[in-house]
Structures are given as structure tokens and as C-alpha cells.
Design a protein around this ligand. Structure first.
Ligand SMILES: Cc1ncc(C[n+]2csc(CCOP(=O)(O)OP(=O)(O)O)c2C)c(N)n1
Ligand code: SF4
Length: 769
């Protein structure tokens, strides 16, 4: 039986006594289908954090919310761990809750998943499955979802956009069933299902949807103040094991509830989702077992082989937790050989999780003699074509015919690599002596502050660039002028760590790299911790005489503003420990690498793909984060703000920063950096736009040296102060704010700008502030 339903047009058009409800046809991707389902379900709250390829779920919902199509409260987490916490709290509050993520996002949220399952709090989490780092690859495989197998969440698998839509409804009903009460995850293939559009049927009968879902049952909630209760107590032996028995029992109950709910869905829609999807298995000698979209390819190949007289079939679970062990036993009882493909390895276990679990399921059946071939395929988005499916079938047929398996476990599709090519910079590496730097720094003994003498700016053209040309950034991108100004003033040996973001992604496409000095990437939630470890190892190895003390390396972390949201905890940790390193943030006011979602540094009212603009919403709903002041509160030796639009000012500050990072401890710098693509401004308009942000006092230029604040540019004193509207009118992302209806929003931005500016000025004027 297949999950496909291409004959729904008639029942959709003619809901009849068969129990089918009115539906309508749409042409949608998996992510759009998840967003439409969310709208039709009417979740109370969505907690989320952007990550490719699942981000579109939140983006679509943001657009729909701006257009007044739903009322889901959308809360952007500071990272996926935060988003999962938001969802847990919201779900404890008794309403319906949604999240969507992928890859590292799921892994970063993972710690919260057993907390929620263990305390039995239902919600729905969509996963557009993607490869996990490292190295980083944004395309699809199943290495992320396999990590969720042991969390206690129910796991549904959606093979196409229609299934994504349908299974979101089923997820609500299954998770909220009184005997189950568990959170539910709906997994679909990144890009293949998340982005490819298909014809799908969506409900066109809100009343029928309401009837199917019912109201969310009243589970114990901290919002029920009439019945005080403790949620998540500390547990001792034997209560914890008993708690886990209950979780297991809930999964057992789900074995019964899931088919019931899916049967009810089938009645309403005409679309069937058996727990284990079986295709042409009625008399199959040979089977292929695959998860999600690849199974559809395998079905076409099965048809071709059947036409040649081969008895082959395909199995694909629609439910991964609870695992359909009994269904596999039944389906494979007569099968002589099966190839089980996994889009992720369980390294060292001799198979991926699906293969291991199917083997475990059938080995307890004395009547089963199926030979199993485990194959790892399709990693990092590697396509799975009909030719691959044919090979899988042929290998199983050979095993069935010979009675022996030639290779029980193998990777499928790997190559010999490129033995002649090495990961190397396109240009020769740069050494300390090549970069004398553009500044002399000395300490003023009277004030204890640093004085910088800068070479004339034209000298910059003589400096070799530590970052080579040929990167793939957008024309006019400000990240690179920013990096060049930083690098040209830093003298000697520099080791950089880039957190994930545009500057990282466009400079390191394996096997090339634009970095001509030592470069490390770590994900943008943990770069500061990683660099602090490297710094400590450097100093310890110098102390032990293992590395030359004469070298005097400078350690620099480069991050976007988004990395200072999700990576804030480790960055503050590094600041509190005061490691000798620099954290330099290029602030382009959003998560640009993933398609311009809001960051906490996005200013109020600005349009991003998750703070959309429409009749119901005028862009972002809260003010930008003052990251420089957060670091100032850590009392590190040096904090500054700067902009690529003021190169001399920026370079002076970076020169000071290098001195402090070598001699005293941690430095943080926030650098306003142009993003023409997502600010919706001309490629060559960096200077006027940045100047306007600074002259409006929205982005004050200052430094804090040992706690003393100094304004390095004062628009008031220079007679150049302008209202924020003069800045907002220069960018497409803010033009909507200039309509009369949004005048109060602009007044709010102006008021907050004035308030923050007055505080900085007061700090500048008063040595104790
Ligand atoms: C744990 C985790 N969550 C989400 C992502 C997806 N992601 C990668 S870069 C990025 C945005 C980076 O924004 P920012 O630091 O501001 O740098 P920019 O892209 O603007 O240069 C996001 C959301 C990820 N890689 N890992
Ligand atoms: S999206 Fe913006 S920050 Fe990213 S490369 Fe393009 S211009 Fe630069």
C-alpha cells in the first residue's frame, strides 16, 4: 500500500457520506505545507531559531502573520536550545506549540527533548532533516534525526509535502491522546521534501479540522493556580526507573493510538499512512528498506524490475518511534534478502540505525531467514537515483540467489577522493614578517590608556591581505572591507576563528580556502569557548618550551551579530575568564547567511524574513541588543564600537585591541557592517547608509578602556546630528516605516535612540559612569 493519493480530487470536490472533508488543491513545498498546517491547526505559540533548510517554516508563518492570516505567537529563541526551552514552557502552559529545526539545530536543542518527553508535555517539532557538522554541509541526510531516536519523542516520517501537511495534524492528535501524552516530531528530507513543490490537498473546512483535533486536553499545568503542582521534581531510585516505565508504556499505547488516528485521517482525506508503508511486497523475494523520499525512487525501480519478472518490493516506515518492529517481522517473514539503506551511519556499529533496528526486530522471529545488507548512502545531500536503487536491489537479489551476503555493510557512493588535491590557500600563506601592521601603540603612563599612531591610510594598499580575493560574497558586502581594515592593522602572527555566518561560508568552499593564515571554524554557538581553549593551550605550550615564546600570536574570533545571540553564553564565559583574545563582531543586523532572519541586533521595525511587514505587523517588535554594553559589564580591558565606514577610527581601535589581547585579556568590538542584499540598498551605498546610522546616533562610535568610556565621534558636537528617519529612508528594509501609519514606530525608535545616546554621552562625560 502506498501513501500516495492522487485520486483525491473527486472526494475533495464532493465530500460525501464517506466521511471525507472538503479540501482544496495547492502547489506547495514541504516547508510551506508545514506552515499551512500550522495556520490551519492554529497553534498558540511557536518557538524557533533559523537554520537551513527548515527556516522557511517560520518565515512563511511570519509573512502570514504580518498579513493577518493567523495569530500564532512567534518567539525567536536566542538559539535552538533557547527555542526548545520556550516551547517547553509554552507547552507546559496548556496550549498548542510548534517548533521547526534541522541538523545542528536539533542537536543543540537535543538536551531539552528528553526533559519534555520525560515530563510528558505534548507539542509538535518539524525537522527538515540535514547533515550534521563537521564539516559543515547544509544538504539533507538523516544524521540529525537519528540523534532523536532515544529521546522519548514519537517520530513520524513524511515522505512528501502532502505527508508533511497531514502528519502535522496527526501529530497533535497522537501526542495529546490521554494514553500517550508525548511530544511528536515530524521528519522530512531537507531540500528534497522541504523545498520541492508538489500538488497537495489542504483542508478547506475549518469546522471539520476543529472537530478532528478537538480542544487540547487539560493536562496538569503551572498556569492552573487552583491546583499547585511540581513539574520536574528531583527523583530518586526507584521513582526514576518507574518514570521511564511510564514513558515506555506511553510508547506502547502509541503503537495502538497511531494507527487509530491515521485511520481517522484516512477517512477524512482519502490518504492512507500505514505505520509501515509496503509497496509490491505481496510476494516479494527481495526487499529494499529506506526512509522518506528515497523510498519513492526505489518504488519506481521496483516497478521496472517487476516488469522484468523480478519479485521485488519496498518498505518504508511512516513511523520511526515507536518502531514498527512487528510490522517489519510480518513484512519480511518470507523475504530472502533485503538491502536496508541508511542516510547516516552509527559509526562502528556495522549499520545505520534503521538497519540495526530492522535486524533486531526480525532476529527474534524463528521463521525469519532474511539476509540483510546494510548500506550507508546519500550523505550530505548526495542524490539517490534509480540507478542506485537498482544496485541495491541487485545486491539483494545476488544474496537471495546465492544464499550468502558478499558485503554485509558498505558505504554506497563514496569515491577514491581527490588524491592529488590538497586543501590549500589559493595564494601563498602570509607570515608574520609580511605584515608589519599599520599602527604603533604605546601606553600613556599618566592616564594608563593607549595611544595609537596610524600610518596614512594609503599604505593599506601595500599590505598583503590575509584573506585572499575570490570569495563568494555579494557585491558591496561590508564584511570584507571590515575584515581588510582589521587585518591590515594587526601585526605579526594571527590565528583566527570564524563562527558560522556569511564571512565563513563564502571563504571556505573545500578544497579551496581564502584564508592565508591559520583559520578554524566552529559553529556560531561555541566559537568563543573553542578559541579560549586554543589560547590557553598556546600559552601553556609556550610555558613548557614546546612552542617559541618569540612568536607572540594574536588570537581573533570573527562573528556575525547572530553569533553573538546563540553564542552569547560562551562569549560571556570567555570574557569573564578574561582570555587573551579578541571577539570582533561584524554587525549586519541579522542572520544574513541563512536568508536575513531577525537577530537580537536587528533594530525595531526593520523588516527581516522572520519579522515581516504587512497590514498586521510593521517589522521587528523589540529594540536591538546593546552587545557592547553587555561586554562592558563583564569588565574586560577594552570594548569598542566601530564601522567600516570610519576606517581610521576602526583601525585605531583594532590596534589597541591587539595590544590588550596580547597583554591583558579579552577585547570585544562591535563593527557596523553593510549588507546591501538584505538591507535592500544599492551595492555602492555603504558610506551614506552607515554615515546616517552613525549621525542619527543610532550607532554611536565609542570605546571603553578599563571602564572609561570615550566617544570617538560626536554627531552633536560636529553639528551633524540627524533624525533616525533620515537613516531609515535610505534602506528598502525600513521604507515601510515612513508611512503615516508607522509614524509611532519611528517615534519609538527615535526615543530609544535618544535615550541610549544620552546614556553613552553621560558615560563619556563622567569618569565614574
Ligand atoms: C546550531 C545552529 N543553528 C543555526 C544554524 C544556522 N545558521 C548558520 S549561520 C546563521 C546566521 C549567522 O548570522 P550572523 O552570525 O549574524 O552572521 P551573518 O550570516 O549575518 O554573516 C544561522 C542561523 C547553525 N549553523 N547552527
Ligand atoms: S548576504 Fe549580506 S552579509 Fe552576506 S555576503 Fe551578502 S551582502 Fe554580505
Amino acid at each position: 500500500m502506498t501513501t500516495q493519493m492522487l485520486d483525491v480530487a473527486s472526494p475533495a470536490a464532493n465530500p460525501s457520506s464517506s466521511g471525507r472533508v472538503r479540501q482544496k488543491l495547492e502547489f506547495r513545498s514541504g516547508n510551506e505545507a508545514a506552515a499551512l498546517a500550522a495556520r490551519d491547526i492554529g497553534f498558540h505559540v511557536m518557538g524557533y531559531f533559523p537554520i537551513t533548510p527548515s527556516t522557511e517554516v517560520a518565515e512563511n508563518l511570519s509573512k502570514m502573520r504580518a498579513d493577518g492570516e493567523h495569530e500564532i505567537v512567534m518567539v525567536a529563541g536566542d538559539g535552538e536550545h533557547g527555542a526548545a526551552g520556550i516551547c517547553y514552557g509554552a507547552a507546559l502552559g496548556g496550549g498548542r506549540v510548534l517548533n521547526a529545526t534541522s541538523s545542528q539545530g536539533l542537536l543543540y536543542a537535543l538536551e531539552q527533548l528528553p526533559v519534555q518527553a520525560g515530563t510528558r508535555v505534548p507539542m509538535v517539532l518539524n525537522i527538515a532533516a540535514r547533515a550534521i557538522s563537521g564539516p559543515l554541509d547544509i544538504r539533507g541526510d538523516h544524521s540529525d534525526i537519528y540523534y532523536a531516536l532515544n529521546t522519548g519523542w514519537i517520530m513520524l516520517c513524511a515522505r512528501d509535502p502532502q505527508a508533511v501537511y497531514d502528519l502535522n495534524f496527526a501529530a497533535i492528535k497522537i501526542g495529546e491522546h490521554a494514553d500517550v501524552r508525548l511530544p511528536v516530531l515530524v521528519a522530512y528530507d531537507g531540500f528534497i521534501t522541504s523545498h520541492q513543490k508538489r500538488r497537495i490537498q489542504v483542508f478547506d473546512d475549518p469546522e471539520a479540522v476543529r472537530k478532528f483535533l478537538g480542544v487540547r486536553p487539560d493536562f496538569p499545568s503551572p498556569l492552573d493556580t487552583e491546583h499547585p503542582a511540581t513539574f520536574g521534581p528531583y527523583m530518586n531510585d526507584p521513582d526514576l526507573i518507574n518514570n521511564k516505565v511510564q514513558l515506555w508504556q506511553a510508547m506502547e499505547a502509541a503503537q495502538r493510538v497511531i494507527p487509530e488516528v491515521l485511520a481517522e485521517m484516512e477517512k477524512m482525506t482519502g490518504r492512507a499512512y500505514p505505520v509501515l508503508d509496503d509497496y509490491r511486497m505481496e510476494d516479494a523475494d527481495v526487499a529494499m528498506v529506506l526512509l522518506n523520499s528515497a523510498a519513492e525512487t526505489a518504488k519506481e525501480t521496483a516497478d521496472e524490475l517487476r516488469a522484468k519478472g523480478k519479485k521485488v518490493g519496498v518498505l518504508s516506515p511512516n513511523v520511526l518511534r515507536p518502531f514498527p518492529a512487528e510490522e517489519f517481522r510480518r513484512a519480511l517473514r518470507r523475504v530472502k534478502a533485503a538491502t536496508i539503506g541508511d542516510r547516516a551511519d552509527s559509526y562502528g556499529a556495522g549499520g545505520g540505525n534503521l538497519s540495526l533496528e530492522v535486524r533486531a526486530a526480525i532476529q527474534i522471529d524463528p521463521q525469519n531467514h532474511t539476509q540483510v545488507l546494510s548500506r550507508i548512502y546519500g550523505l550530505g545531500g548526495k542524490d539517490f537515483y534509480a540507478a542506485d536503487a537498482e544496485q541495491f536491489f541487485e545486491q539483494a537479489i545476488a544474496a537471495a540467489d546465492s544464499g550468502r551476503v558478499a558485503a554485509p555493510f558498505a558505504y554506497h557512493g563514496a569515491t577514491a577522493g581527490r588524491p592529488d588535491s590538497k586543501a590549500r590557500p589559493g595564494l601563498p600563506p602570509i607570515r608574520a614578517e609580511d605584515v608589519p601592521g599599520m599602527a604603533q601603540v604605546r601606553r600613556d603612563e599618566a592616564t594608563g590608556r593607549l595611544k595609537v599612531e596610524l600610518e596614512p591610510l594609503w599604505k593599506m594598499t601595500e599590505m598583503p591581505n590575509r584573506i585572499g580575493p575570490g570569495h563568494g560574497a555579494c557585491p558591496g558586502c561590508g564584511a570584507f572591507p571590515t575584515l581588510h581594515q582589521i587585518y591590515n592593522v594587526l601585526e605579526g602572527d594571527v590565528v583566527v576563528l570564524f563562527q558560522t555566518g556569511c564571512a565563513m561560508v563564502v571563504t571556505t568552499g573545500y578544497p579551496s580556502t581564502a584564508h592565508r593564515i591559520n583559520y578554524v571554524h566552529n559553529l556560531f554557538q561555541n566559537g568563543a569557548a573553542t578559541l579560549s581553549g586554543l589560547v590557553e593551550m598556546y600559552h601553556e605550550r609556550v610555558r613548557r618550551g614546546e612552542l617559541p615564546a618569540s612568536k607572540d600570536v594574536t588570537f581573533v574570533m570573527i562573528s556575525g551579530d547572530g553569533g553573538m545571540d546563540i553564542g552569547m553564553g560562551p562569549a560571556i564565559g570567555a570574557a569573564n575568564r578574561n582570555h587573551r583574545m579578541m571577539i570582533l563582531e561584524y554587525d549586519n543586523q541579522g542572520y544574513m547567511n541563512t536568508g536575513a532572519q531577525l537577530s537580537y541586533s536587528t533594530p525595531f521595525g526593520h523588516r527581516t524574513s522572520t519579522s515581516e511587514v504587512g497590514a498586521s505587523l510593521p517589522g521587528k517588535r523589540y529594540h536591538h541588543k546593546d552587545t557592547a554594553q553587555i561586554f562592558a559589564a563583564c569588565h574586560v580591558p577594552f570594548v569598542f564600537t566601530a564601522s567600516e565606514g570610519y576606517p581610521e577610527d576602526l583601525m585605531r581601535k583594532v590596534a589597541k585591541a591587539q595590544w590588550y589581547a596580547k597583554n591583558e585579556g579579552l577585547v570585544y568590538g562591535k563593527i557596523l557592517s553593510y549588507c546591501p542584499l538584505n538591507w535592500r540598498a544599492a551595492d555602492d551605498a555603504a558610506q551614506p547608509v552607515l554615515q546616517a546610522a552613525i549621525d542619527s546616533c543610532f550607532f554611536p562610535l565609542y570605546e571603553i578602556e578599563h571602564g572609561y568610556t570615550t566617544l570617538t565621534y560626536d554627531p552633536d558636537a560636529m553639528g551633524r546630528r540627524h533624525p533616525v528617519s533620515d537613516w531609515l529612508k535610505l534602506m528598502g528594509k525600513t521604507r515601510h516605516l515612513l508611512t503615516p501609519a508607522n509614524a509611532p514606530v519611528v517615534e519609538g525608535i527615535q526615543a530609544e535612540t535618544d535615550r541610549r545616546w544620552a546614556r553613552i554621552k553621560a558615560m563619556h562625560e563622567h569618569p565614574l559612569l
